[in-house]
Write a protein that binds this ligand. Structure first.
Ligand code: PRP
Ligand code: MN
Ligand code: MG
Length: 185
């Protein structure tokens, strides 16, 4: 019987550590954004779990919105050209925006989004990234709220996918090599 947990090689960040970090950052952000009526924006689909947990851990009223982005270019190489698959439903002009992201890899998705939001006239734009792979960074992105730094391993879970699967895993993990090999066969 198929079970997401059977495909895990090893866990990188447990659900307890995810929860702990999110609550710590949410407490800080609640403090920083008091009286600012913040708008939390998540990039679909990977950031869904993070924004859900993060927003619930915040103690001040927040608004939520979502944007679906796609990068052009071949599967493995990100060109940095981003198009909007589904836009926000909120006018961000004059708003204090906090982008909530699951992972920063090259940084190209967020570099583009920060520019785009500033173009639209936001009052401020900051970033919370649950995971970062510093060794993979190609462009500079100013992250205000940091989660965990991880090595350059392909990870899934808590929103992150491999070929659209494993997003529903409740921790961050590395898959067994056989999972990838099976798909290439
Ligand atoms: C992943 C991840 C980040 C982005 C990071 O999203 O969720 O949004 O890549 O990569 P970057 O820093 O190199 O831009 P993906 O494009 O896989 O879409 P998804 O969130 O729907 O899985
Ligand atoms: Mn994503
Ligand atoms: Mg993905």
């Amino acid at each position: 019987i198929a079970d997401v947990h059977n495909d895990i090689d090893h866990e990188l960040v447990s659900k307890e550590r995810i929860d702990e970090k999110i609550r710590e950052v949410a407490a800080q952000a609640s403090d920083d954004y008091r009286d600012k009526n913040p708008l939390l924006i998540a990039v679909l689909k990977g950031a869904v779990n993070t924004i859900a947990a993060f927003s619930q851990a915040m103690s001040i009223p927040v608004q939520l919105d979502f944007m679906s982005l796609s990068s052009y270019g071949s599967g493995t190489v990100s060109s940095g050209e981003v198009t909007i698959r589904q836009d926000l439903s909120t006018d961000v002009r004059g708003r204090h925006v906090l982008i909530v992201e699951d992972i920063i890899d090259s940084g190209r998705t967020l570099a583009w989004l920060v520019d785009e939001l500033k173009r639209r006239g936001t009052a401020s734009v900051e970033i919370f990234a649950l995971l970062e792979k510093p060794s993979r960074r190609e462009v500079d992105v100013d992250v205000k709220y940091h989660g965990y730094e991880i090595p350059d391993e392909f990870v899934v879970g808590f929103g992150l996918d491999y070929d659209e699967r494993y997003r529903n895993l409740d921790s961050i993990a590395v898959l067994k090599p056989a999972v990838y090999q099976g798909d290439n066969a």
